[in-house]
Design a protein. Structure first.
Ligand SMILES: [Zn+2]
Length: 110
């Protein structure tokens, strides 16, 4: 029944839950229950109280893979949309004006 976690470094209850760290990113930081003490600034794991917790390497690899997959998906969607737009584009606005009268200098008969 430890609803208020104590800082394992200084024992303060002035704890905030972290939602982003450089290591854990937005995916693993809330998942791993990382906390930060407002009194002394120590970072620790909320359940075990381990100071300066590290994100496991496989979690970082997974997050990189998720981000890469998302970027790839995004590029795929953009490529599909642009190809569809190029195929269905029959609007006369984008047709280049071909018959522009070019001023030609004719030799005068006089
Ligand atoms: Zn503390």
């Amino acid at each position: 029944m430890n609803s208020h976690p104590l800082c394992p470094a200084c024992g303060a209850t002035n704890i905030k839950k972290l939602f982003y760290t450089m290591q854990g990113g937005f995916i693993w930081t809330p998942f791993l229950n990382f906390m930060k003490c407002r009194s002394c600034g120590a970072r620790f794991q909320g359940q075990t109280g381990q100071l300066d917790p590290q994100v496991p390497k496989w979690m970082r690899i997974i997050s990189v893979m998720i981000i890469m997959g998302f970027i790839g998906l995004l590029f795929g969607v953009v490529a599909t949309l642009s190809s569809l737009r190029a195929r269905n584009d029959h609007s006369p606005v984008l047709v280049p004006i071909s018959k522009v009268p070019t001023p030609t200098r004719r030799p005068s008969p006089r």
